[in-house]
Write a protein that binds this ligand. Structure first.
Ligand SMILES: [Zn+2]
Length: 159
């Protein structure tokens, strides 16, 4: 159909120099965009590991490389929506810590409790799952996953 009928296929390839191992998601997943497809492939690649900081992947044989020190260069991780008072994005790890502290404070105090309908809570949990998928391997993603599980727990199972 488009461009000579060739769908772009996102492959997961081992990032160890000279290693030829690659993985292709099945054609049924070809509708995903690049980032999403890669994320999906990582989730379904048995034995593969990835380094979220360096955005690299390793085949089962080279999995140990994903735990190697990343070096001095850590790319900036600005928040997409959250801003400080001056209007600047925040560091996502710091923001995750901030939110986590706020959650803990709310638990300690007799915080006002908001009621959500089951559908609202379920949708919020699913949105958090998406967020966790985008920020996989980061503090923000972990927090999103935890709060999603918290909401699901209140619902008495996955909705
Ligand atoms: Zn490899």
């Amino acid at each position: 159909m488009s461009r000579g009928g060739t769908l772009r296929r996102v492959v997961l390839s081992c990032d160890v120099a000279g290693c030829p191992v690659q993985l292709e998601p099945p054609p049924t997943e070809a509708w995903r965009n690049d980032a999403d497809a890669r994320s999906w492939a990582r989730d379904h690649a048995v034995g593969w590991t990835s380094d979220p900081v360096r955005q690299t992947d390793y085949c089962p044989e080279h999995g140990r490389f994903s735990t190697a020190p990343a070096g001095d260069v850590v790319p900036p991780r600005p928040t997409a929506a959250a801003r400080d008072r001056a209007g600047n994005p925040l560091d996502r790890e710091e923001y995750a810590d901030l939110l986590r502290a706020r959650l803990a404070d709310g638990d300690r105090s007799t915080d006002r409790t908001l009621m959500l309908t089951a559908a609202e809570a379920a949708v919020a949990a699913r949105l958090l799952d998406e967020l966790a998928g985008v920020y996989r391997g980061e503090g923000l993603g972990l927090l999103a996953r935890e709060v999603s599980a918290l909401l699901d727990g209140r619902l008495g199972g996955r909705g």
